[in-house]
Design a protein around this ligand. Sequence first.
Ligand SMILES: [Zn+2]
Length: 493
Amino acid sequence: MAEHEDLGPLFTLGRVGIMQGSMTASRVLSRHVLAPTLDRLRGTHTMRSLKELEESQWWPQERIERLQAKRLQHLVRYAYERVPYYRRLMDAGSVSPDSIRTPADLPLIPVLSKADVREHSNDLLAEGFPRCELLHGRTSGSTGAPMAFYSTKESRWSRGIARSLRALEWAGVYMGDPVFRLASRGHHGFVSKALFTDMARVFTREKFEDPECFSDSSLQGVVERIARSRPRALRGYASSICIVAEFIRESDIPAPEVGAIVTGGEELFPGQRALMREVFGTEPFSKYSSFENYDIAMECDAHAGLHVAAEDLIVEVVDEDGRPLPPGCVGRVLVTSLHEYGMPLIRYCTEDESSFAEGVCTCGRSLPRLSSVIGRTCSAIYTPSGRRLSTNTLDSSGLVPLGIRQFQLVQEQLDHVTVRVVPGTSASSSGDQSLCAQVKSQFSGWLGDDVAVDVAIVDRIAPTPAGKHLYLISLVRPPAQSATDTSHNTAGA
Ligand SMILES: [Zn+2]
């Protein structure tokens, strides 16, 4: 999963010169003047899409499923008629477009891997769709080779940004509200069309602070700037927000008012949740998005899983053979974007893992929910006895009392893992040796007897070029025939 690029800032006008009472004015101006103007300039329908999504989130499940089925049938027929890759694939499997009526029929079409997209990128483009109208993007390649893809303005800017805006509304954040982002200002993901981003940012009062520049000497200033901006929301990778939270706790300084906390792009571990709750006094909202599919799912205020934007996307959780798994079972996450007609990606394997939550959400929305913990399938640890440990099952909450600011597992060999930790200042009193022993005991239990653990205390763990913190770097090739210990730690979910 990845924190998507920010092509659609919140059109934040900020305080328009009057502090009190300005929020409403700012929201009205953003929603009814600035955003519609930007829609007209770039030929998109973001605001219309947002209005639709604000209504459909309350529809009964059957009505959403009917809409999904209708959009899926249209997309599959289009893919068969216009996309050489799918025509060939479906002909080879004797699958006619008429045989795909509902999401339950999707397993008739094979899973699409990132390797498939790299290899067949030309054949995945729809014939007759003007290339000049497509947005060219690429994944960050934080855990593998970067992957190029194309997207339509409708899919990306109209529907994708609308999904993002609706997701933020669930956290009580609306267009026009001041937002503080712990993220780099760069144009991630897309290599062109940055002009509109820059134009939109002319209106924006969104504040940025690059986590790449965080240090003990700079964090005080970061906290002060957050406090001064009085944001309605603090956004960023969970790891970046936790660095700030940890600093506040260690320094024993008052935490700034941050409104809602919205994390994305990384797993949000239970210990991190607890830290944010303790320091900022608010329960974070976890958002799941990717470069390729933009916003996919987000927590509502019940904080009991992430609601999938099912009007726009079909999300499947499947086993290694692409067969659907029942709620509660962890598997690979596949995504089909129902509005992508430039380079349709059907049953696209995100390389993330999750499970569907059981039952209905107390918020009243019937949109399906993914469990809160979503990790990367390629970040599993394989052990000599054939177990496969997903980071989903790792409960790192025990590191919080030890004052650990950040950690990263590096598996160099099948039977050896080094845990790199960045201690906060509150961790130093117990001594390095004692700290290492305590960290080691936390991870040894999880990894089991057949994996030796060493702990290395480091000053800093460098993020990926996209600014993401990796919790696991595995230098071990997965065994061809691995057993499946994907047991899910529901207590941590
Ligand atoms: Zn809900």
